[in-house]
Design a protein. Structure first.
Length: 458
């Protein structure tokens, strides 16, 4: 696939790294020669220096033969114009654009084919807000990923020393669950190494365990993996930007929410737009302020400012002062692994959340949802099985008969409204939504081919 990426910022660079590992012809466009030089030294890609919205720049990037344009510059207007130019002058098949401004997003009619022809609109703020909200809903979860419109979920949690399953074989999980509940551990990360689990795999302390289950069964399964605290009630948000304000608006109906914002004028605007949220003016790293607001009684503290250092410091302070769960927004990928430990429970990378959403629209072979995991090292994929036996490599076959690529596992199947956990004797049918865990991103092309449909396949 010939792909043009406009913008060599964090997300654009992340996409280039992710897609260049596969069978794609990548060109990156940016106005910063140093960024492009650095990319070209590390990756086997083309780079073009120039303004992303100019027709001549796009021509030099190969727009006339491009299958996909991904507009990720820091300017919404440039991204929108680039898609318009690609559509009008070059009839580019698929155009994806990142748009941040709430004023634009409030008018979806702007992005119709007749006006600004963007096939896929990505809003990082909304994606991150959705992600953090799911983390708040599931105490103990490091990631919560939806499949088949939320009917099935893949949840990551850390195995602690007093966890019910630590030191036991995975096959004992089935014995502990109620008869009507089923789940499958799709993968385990142990010291950043992926393990595709088997029945005799033993969970160890500090393992990151990914398991798949029907949404209604997630709380039951989590109780078997770790000792669970009650649902979150008291929430403290630091940062009144788009994410903080939007999250407060969603949570305030069912939670006691407080929000700290440094800028008095911004705090006033937020307070007028919210109903029950208490908006405070102050510094989120102010120990006296956190003490006054009862940080030791807070169920979830979310640091959501635009400054990584402020988020990290205030989160560590909040945790030390007694906050039960701490979620920290971190933009620099290098910081994420450094801080996600016993001091900060969950580090959220907007870059990885956005890349996962973008990959959903790039994967071949009937991939309908893709989630980027472990800083892009692995992926969770929802693929639709199409065709008839003889045309498909998966339809009509038992799971134990399917030749999966290395470090790949099937976690479950969604068939209509039914969530079927993957066991060896389960037979895949046409139109099943199959949830896979791919621990080695180099295997993605093989997974795509696995779900492609041939005219004749024996």
């Amino acid at each position: 696939m010939q792909i043009i990426i406009l913008g060599a910022g964090q997300v654009g660079t992340g996409m280039a790294y992710s897609l260049s590992r596969e069978e794609n012809d990548i060109t990156v466009v940016d106005t910063d020669p140093d960024r492009l030089r650095e990319l070209q030294e590390k990756l086997d890609i083309r780079t073009v220096l120039g303004h992303a919205g100019h027709p001549q720049t796009l021509i030099r990037a190969g727009i006339e033969d491009a299958d996909l344009l991904i507009a990720l510059t820091n300017s919404d207007e440039t991204n929108m114009v680039a898609c318009q130019v690609a559509h009008t002058l070059f009839n580019t098949p698929t155009k994806v654009a990142r748009v941040r401004a709430a004023d634009y997003l409030a008018h979806p009619e702007l992005f119709s084919r007749e006006h600004t022809p963007i096939d896929v609109l990505i809003s990082p703020e909304k994606l991150v807000t959705d992600h953090v909200q799911r983390l708040i809903e599931y105490p103990g979860a490091l990631q919560v990923l939806d499949f088949a419109d939320g009917r099935a979920q893949l949840v990551a949690t850390r195995a602690f020393h007093d966890g019910p399953l630590v030191g036991h074989e995975l096959k004992s999980l089935r014995e502990k669950l109620p008869r009507e509940v089923d789940a499958r551990v799709a993968a385990i990360f142990r010291q950043d190494e992926a393990i595709i689990p088997e029945g005799n795999t033993v969970i160890e302390i500090d393992d990151i365990v990914f398991f798949l289950a029907a949404k209604r069964d997630i709380p039951t399964v989590m109780r078997e993996l770790r000792r669970m605290s009650g649902p979150a009630s008291r929430i403290l948000l630091a940062g009144g930007g788009n994410i903080g304000a939007s999250l407060a608006r969603r949570l305030e109906r069912d939670h006691h929410v407080k929000l700290i914002e440094r800028d008095p004028r911004r705090a006033e605007v937020i307070a007028e737009d919210l109903d029950t949220t208490i908006v405070l003016v102050g510094d989120c790293a102010d120990e006296d302020l956190l003490h006054e607001e009862g940080i030791d009684e807070i169920d979830v503290y979310c640091a959501l400012t635009n400054e990584d250092e402020a988020n990290i410091l205030s989160s560590m302070l909040a945790k030390r002062m007694g906050a039960d769960k701490v979620i920290t927004l971190i933009n620099r990928p290098a910081y994420v692994d450094l801080v996600e430990s016993d001091r900060i429970d969950v580090a959220v990378s907007p870059q990885q959340v956005t890349i996962g959403a973008l990959l959903t629209h790039i994967r071949k072979g009937h991939m309908v949802r893709v989630h980027s995991l472990r800083r892009g090292a692995a992926e969770a994929i929802e693929a639709v099985a199409h065709g008839r036996p003889g045309q498909s490599r998966v339809v009509g076959r038992r799971i134990d008969e399917i030749e999966l690529p290395p470090k790949t596992s099937i976690g479950g199947i969604v068939r209509g409204e039914e969530v079927i956990i993957a066991h060896d004797d389960v037979v895949i049918q046409s139109d099943d939504h199959v949830v896979l865990f791919v621990a080695d991103q180099k295997q993605i092309p093989k997974v795509e081919r696995l779900f492609s449909v041939d005219a004749v396949f024996i």
